[in-house]
Write a protein that binds this ligand. Sequence first.
Ligand code: M6R
Length: 615
Amino acid sequence: MCGIIGYAGNRPAVPLIVEGLRRLEYRGYDSAGVGFVQGGRLNVIKAEGRLAALEEKLAHCPNTLAVTGIGHTRWATHGAPVERNAHPHCGGRSGQEHLAIIHNGIIENYQELKADLLAAGYEFRSETDTEVLAHLIAEGRARSASFLEGFAWALRQARGAYAVAVVTEEEPSVVYAARMSAPLILGVGVGEHFVASDIPAFLPYTRDVVFLQDGEIVRLTDHSWEVLGLFDLAPREKSVQTIQWDLQAAQRGGYKHFMLKEIFEQPRVIADCLAGRVEETSHGAAGRALLPELDALPVPSRLRIIACGTSYHAGLWGRHLLEQWAGVPVTVEIASEFRYGEALFEPGEMAIAISQSGETADTLAALRLVREKGCPVIGLCNVVGSSIAREADAVIYTQAGPEISVASTKAMCSQMVLLALLALYYAQRRAVPGAEAVRADAFRVLRDLPDILEAALPAMRETAQRLARAYASAGSFFFLGRGPAYPLALEGALKLKELSYIHAEGYAAGEMKHGPIALIEPDFPTFAVALSDNLFPKAKSNIIEVQARRGPVIALINPGVELGVEEPWVVPAVKGPLAGFVALPAMQLFSYEMADALGKDVDQPRNLAKSVTVE
Ligand code: M6R
């Protein structure tokens, strides 16, 4: 997730763009850059690190007079967060680059496109998918009658997600932009126009916006804007809307808190995690799971997953899939415990360090210990170039975009997608009998999930709000689940604790009768995950045991199920262990609404930090 802004108007473009990028920094901040045409020549200035580093560079540049330009703040997905990978990227034959592009998204087929462009004589300076788009547009221009046609031609070759903005020497006062599965908003001012990945970028200048749709191109000048279809280049009718948000609400995309925004981003996160990782086949067979980052490592005989907090819960969930689908035995360790244990490994074993931030001190220390023992470690991280990502033998990035809320939500969702892909990947490498059928099923579900969740989330939120009103005064909560739903119960309890400060315990439902059930009484509610899987009858009888002690029960169930609990919460049916993707946001929303109802500081709960870099 990166921040992009394009400007065509009458003010000095560069300071305006840098100021816009500052308001977008929450979208990414590992490098930044600007591009503009001045005196007929393309200029690109970029710097590694936070925006201040770019400003420092710009301070040493001669005054820029350009009134049109583009700017980018990056959250790396392809290529390390270094200056050569920062945006804008230039397109054109070496020494004749004539356009600059900024991009938010992931081009899935960039490797194929790059191979063609290399064969056609284009030279590459970065490892990014965006530079491929830059040269592809140059190639499109060379083949077409106008820049617009060349731009559209290039985008039609690209598969994946993008919001892009481009400046070209050919039309110095124009910004071209387009969107496909990534946000892009047009800002309509007086004598000036903007395009950006998020409204805050241009909010001080205009509140009049046009929301662009997938497959639309926009051409901006200071006095005009025009939206065209990507495939037919026909003009599209668009309406201008006036938004009332203040700056902070705009940065949260209109949501009350970043946590809520991030919960609602999960459909997009799932699609982004899958991008480029599922082989396309033309013959209807299940394509392979693609994790080229791991191809050079052997298939482990055993896996040790090491993590903390929510990432640990993702690991516990992933264990079920790795064992069930790939037949690889897995142990899941709490990093802070593991690092002071004996750390015994068998030959052939490998470890996975899961960490959103990639900086958690205990997970990093555990990774170092494992590597000292001669055991390879895979990092599963969200932050590109983080310590865990750098020190691991191989790294898989979750591509979830920056997570601002201290309570982790979309990061867990992305870790679950990657763990599912990993299980499918090892199953295919180990040639597990039946792996292709499991893969076909799993890919179908994973591809459907973004739409299922997109449709279900608003109603889930309403239910969570209603339940929060009814249960916010509870002093304690149990969260119960079995099998792959048990880690979700642990996560549900963690979320409730950290956000609302209500005491909560996550339990394997079958364990209740061994002690905890003694706590059940009418004012001690239980939140149970009771989705229709093979363990449903077992979960059901555990719920009946709770009810027999007059404990109120909220239960996540699938349509058509009768459970006779106080609060049946019906969520869409998803097959097998992937049902966790539906239970997870329901529990996140429940904790969110409980905390909000109690007036807690949702995004910054007391005593907690986003990244725990101390022991
Ligand atoms: O960055 P990491 O994934 O390594 O962070 C691990 C935990 O600190 C983190 O998940 C924490 O538990 C969150 N506050 C949970 O919402």
